[in-house]
Design a protein around this ligand. Structure first.
Ligand code: TNX
Length: 503
């Protein structure tokens, strides 16, 4: 009963495992230490059991975590793991700490959420597992509504249970600039002071941001920062008049329109601004990616748009990072080799989206698939919902979010050129982290499964190839863990949800 569905599960008739009072976590390999500490903390919160971590071979009844070169499923070193549950003990094997960490997430789901009250027993099983794609992402738009560090940590805790390993932070937009930049301090002082619907605003200091990145890294999550340019920039334009075409700073913006703002392009000051911002953000970023947006630049002249994104992407490459941009950037032909595109058109590509996405591949890059009509988490679940938008062929049900495949959208774009999948949460209409979680869960579980689990059988009709009944049954079990963690989720129809928790 695991989400995402593991690649291979062999149930066994062997005797089950019982967690005895003396059980320990036995660690082998220095890379296993951090994972063992997190497992210990998780069992302490989930089950109120404090296990000792020992650097000794496992004794009968222990939980062993072994990270070594010859561990994990062959050919899947980076994130693969094996998990065995038997009477003599539990054993997680992986070639990397990341693999072991995902094995621990599977183990957490096998452990009943009510483990604090009952003696803990697990059925014997052998799992061999690895992801289909290396990039499984969730995006949080902290620009429209700001979410403080504690909220984002809580969000990270919730996504790792689904083996989501990238957190894309949409840090800047018309409604707010959320990351402090030393060379341009008014971006946050002024540009960070409000948000959508006149909300309070806020921003991350560099220390806040480092804390987030480190918290994520400890959990094998890579933070992908996005500085959206040259459109979606009203907060920057309001902070510095010299970035505007007419040299006049506009007022701060708290509405929900898109496409009305643009940086002055082809200008030395703007160039210095972009260079400073990208350098400072790259310095805060241990991960490989730096996202520069490039979406919905409806107020930027087409030629200016192309030369602007080329230049910005080259500035990213100069910092040593791989540029990422929304698929519109694929219109340009001067992007650095290896630039990654993020596709946000529909399951049936609209306008030039397919061509634009393919152009990243022609330049040696790859594509992250975020089809808006199934993977956008801000789209309403149902007609009449008070939170959410409906422009992307909404509503988007749990079934919609589950029944698609990233390799069946753009002809010619298959698994080899797809970096992975990502589900974005835009927050124009989403004021609190509780609201955010209700938009994200359970639909992110569907997208996470698409990113992790083996591709469905090769039938022409994708809808029938994914087993929604099997998925919703597993989701019902997962939700007990959400309840235990305090993660909010939408109790959509068609899922055997646990009894509502009191209060
Ligand atoms: C489109 S898709 C946007 C965002 C909005 C979102 C609302 C894309 C790259 N940009 O600016 O927040 O729609 O659903």
């Amino acid at each position: 009963m695991v989400v995402p569905r593991p690649a291979q599960i062999e149930p066994s008739d062997d005797a089950s495992f019982t967690l005895s009072p003396g059980a320990r976590i036995s660690v082998a390999g220095p890379a296993a230490d951090g994972v063992a500490r997190l497992l210990r903390a998780e069992l302490a919160t989930d089950c109120r059991r404090e296990l000792a971590v020992v650097h000794e071979p496992p004794a009968f009844g222990d939980i062993a975590i072994v990270v070594a070169d010859d561990e994990g499923p062959a050919g899947h070193r980076e994130e693969g793991y094996t998990l065995e549950v038997a009477a003599e003990g539990v054993r997680i094997g992986a070639a990397t700490a990341a693999g072991a960490f995902w094995g621990v997430q599977t183990l957490r789901q096998l452990v009943p959420a009510s483990c604090a009250d009952d003696p803990l027993t697990l059925d014997a099983v052998r799992i061999t597992d690895h992801p289909r794609f290396g990039y499984r992402g969730a995006m949080l738009d902290v620009a429209r509504h700001f979410f403080p560090v504690a909220d984002v940590k809580r969000f990270i805790d919730a996504i790792v249970l689904l083996k989501v390993n990238h957190l894309h932070l949409h840090l800047t937009d018309d409604q707010g600039w959320r990351i402090h930049i030393d060379a341009w301090p008014r971006l946050t002082e002024h540009g960070g002071s409000t948000g959508s619907d006149g909300s309070r605003g806020g921003f991350y200091s560099k220390d806040d941001y480092r804390e987030l990145v480190a918290y994520a890294a400890d959990r094998h999550v890579t933070v992908v920062p996005e500085i959206d340019m040259p459109g979606h920039t009203n907060a920057a334009l309001a902070s510095y008049p010299e970035l505007n075409r007419d040299g006049v700073a506009p007022a701060l913006y708290t509405g929900s329109d898109v496409g009305f703002s643009t940086l002055l392009t082809g200008d030395g000051t703007t160039d210095r601004f972009v260079g400073d911002v990208l350098r400072e953000v790259a310095e805060l970023t241990p991960g490989p990616y730096l996202h520069i947006g490039g979406d919905e630049c409806l107020s930027t002249d087409e030629d200016d748009f192309r030369s602007f994104v080329d230049r910005a992407a080259q500035l990213v490459a100069q910092t040593g990072k791989t540029p990422v941009g929304w698929h519109e950037m694929g219109r340009s032909d001067g992007l650095p080799e290896g630039t990654v595109g993020q596709y946000w058109s529909f399951r049936t590509p609209q306008a030039d989206a397919a061509e634009e996405a393919l152009s990243f591949v022609r330049r040696g890059g790859s594509v992250i698939m975020s089809p808006a009509d199934v993977a956008y988490l801000d789209i309403v679940y149902e007609e009449g919902d008070s939170i959410g938008q409906d422009w992307a062929d909404g509503p988007t049900s749990l079934r919609d979010a589950f029944e698609w495949d990233p390799a069946r959208i753009v002809p010619g774009l298959g698994d080899a050129h797809i970096l992975g999948v990502e589900a974005p949460l835009w927050t124009e209409t989403v004021p609190t982290i509780e609201d955010a979680e209700e938009m994200v869960f359970p639909r992110l579980a569907a997208v996470a499964e698409i990113g992790w689990s083996p591709a469905p059988a090769d039938t022409a009709e994708v809808r029938s190839a994914r087993d929604i009944e099997d998925f919703t049954a597993r989701l019902g079990a997962l939700a007990e863990h959400w309840d235990a963690l305090g993660t909010r989720y939408r109790r959509v129809d068609g899922v055997p949800w646990p009894q509502p928790v009191a209060g």
